[in-house]
Design a protein around this ligand. Structure first.
Ligand code: PHE
Length: 467
């Protein structure tokens, strides 16, 4: 068997695992995973619906005390395992059933990608529309009808969903260093630059101040248990934790990287983008007297009308959708990669075949979500019961993913508490060059094995209506 350079690793594709070439590459890939539709599409509208600044404070607490500790738990499991999310649990706790949590993650990845790719397809469609025809003739009378005619259609949304999956698959096809790392290094700086330009445009509009105030003046009258559940669910979704995406990425990182510092950087940047994405949107919404609580349709129905009226709107419009598509794409690759890594590491399928297989499988799984996105869609009449409410297929997938992520995160925390020795955990988190005895790491450990799992259990029980 041939060997590559002087490494004792065979060249055979079955055995050589890829690797991030640099810490920066890993950080940018993880930030790329975290920053996505969750930040730019979901966060602003959930915040809009839940009273603005009060929600932001609840969200920040959820990130700092629960989601970020879980992110670090996942980083540690992945890097220690150096294999798929499923097998990483096996490496650390051989002969036990914890690996089932990795498998749950693979299933969750399917659930998330099925609706995520549908929405990413709409974004891509709006980007193409913005470039070709522009949003100049979008008004209060026709904006909603236009959006609905897209998502209630059959071939157009399905084609765009396929394109989104195809581009995702193409990046995964090239592997960790040449695919994921390269794209992240290119797209993440671009994303930050575009976001900055969009914010400057929004806050310099006349009447933008009310939008900024909406984001920064808390009104706790609107905060209830439901708010906390949506904040925690969103924090998990936004930090990409609970399904093995971060376990998988960390399995490709070298041993000298300090995972604790990386987790703080990733969580910090992700939260920053969620907040400033609001700054690119709400000042404009208020400047044009629109409704901030418009829900999921905020970016597709409200914003095009704003682009039609604002100075430079013809450039700002398509740029905005390009921004969202880039953010969605770097997240989609991180949801697909755990599936591909599982097929390669556990089932011994070659990377290229595994990529093709998973793209097709996920696409097929995504068709019902795409056609059942709205009551007027082909499968829009199908309503599925979930936690005492009825949802269309796409919303059902989204609601279900919230619970699945919380469940996956909970089990990973319990895994660290029960099945993994504390000294090893801290050493893994610090990396070969870090200090495993630092007080910060100890604080994290306590959060990860106490507050985080307790908080998740409380939220899960309350969402099931048990208290
Ligand atoms: N974090 C991504 C977002 O905010 C979504 C995601 C969830 C990615 C779970 C990977 C895993 O859009």
């Amino acid at each position: 068997m041939a060997y590559k350079h002087d490494q004792l690793e065979p060249i055979d594709e079955h055995h050589v695992r890829g690797k991030f070439a640099s810490r920066l590459g890993f950080v940018l890939a993880a930030v790329g995973s975290a920053v996505g539709l969750g930040n730019i599409w979901r966060f602003p509208y959930v915040m809009g619906e839940n009273g603005g600044a009060a929600f932001v404070l609840v969200y920040l607490a959820c990130v700092a005390f629960v989601a970020m500790p879980v992110l670090l738990v996942e980083f540690a499991i992945g890097r220690r395992g150096q294999t798929s999310a499923v097998s990483s649990f096996r490496v650390i706790a051989p002969g036990r059933k914890w690996w089932l949590n990795g498998l749950l993650g693979v299933i969750t990845a399917f659930v998330i990608l099925s609706f995520y790719s549908a929405v990413a397809g709409w974004v891509l469609n709006y980007f193409v529309k913005g470039v070709t025809a522009g949003f100049g003739d979008y008004t209060a009378d026709n904006s909603a009808t236009r959006f609905l005619s897209l998502i209630d259609g059959v071939s157009t949304p399905l084609i765009y969903q396929f394109l989104a999956m195809l581009i995702t698959g193409l990046i995964i096809f090239f592997g960790i260093e040449n695919g994921i790392e390269r794209i992240s290094k290119l797209f993440m700086p671009l994303l930050f630059a575009i976001l900055l330009l969009l914010i400057i445009r929004a806050v310099t509009l006349e009447g933008a101040g009310a939008g900024v105030a909406f984001m920064f003046q808390p009104d706790f009258g609107d905060v209830n248990l439901r708010t906390v559940l949506s904040a925690l669910g969103l924090a998990f979704f936004s930090l990409s934790v609970g399904m093995g995406a971060m376990i998988t990425y960390a399995s490709y990182v070298s041993k000298d990287v300090h995972l604790g510092k990386t987790a703080v950087t990733v969580a910090g940047l992700d939260t920053l983008v969620a907040l400033v994405a609001g700054l690119a949107i709400f000042p404009a919404v208020f400047a044009f007297n629109m409704e901030p609580g418009a829900g999921p349709a905020l970016i597709f129905i409200t914003l095009p009308q704003i682009f039609a009226q604002m100075p430079l709107g013809a450039i700002v419009g398509p740029t905005f959708f390009l921004l969202i598509f880039i953010a969605a794409l770097t997240s989609m690759i991180s949801i697909l990669e755990p599936i591909v890594t599982y097929l390669v590491d556990d089932l011994n399928i070659r990377r290229h075949a595994a990529t093709a297989l998973s793209v097709v499988a996920v696409y097929l799984a995504g068709i019902p979500a795409c056609l059942g996105a709205d009551a007027g869609g082909k499968l829009g009449h199908i309503k599925l019961p979930f936690l005492g409410k009825e949802f269309g297929i796409l919303d059902y997938m989204a609601e279900m993913s919230n619970i699945l992520l919380l469940l996956g995160g909970l089990v990973s925390c319990l895994f660290v508490l029960i099945a993994w020795n504390k000294r090893d955990v801290l050493a893994e988190v610090a990396g070969t060059r870090g200090n495993a005895h630092s007080p910060m790491l100890r604080v994290w450990y306590v959060l990860a094995v106490t507050l985080a799992p307790l908080g998740i259990v409380a939220i899960l029980l309350s969402s099931l209506g048990l208290f």
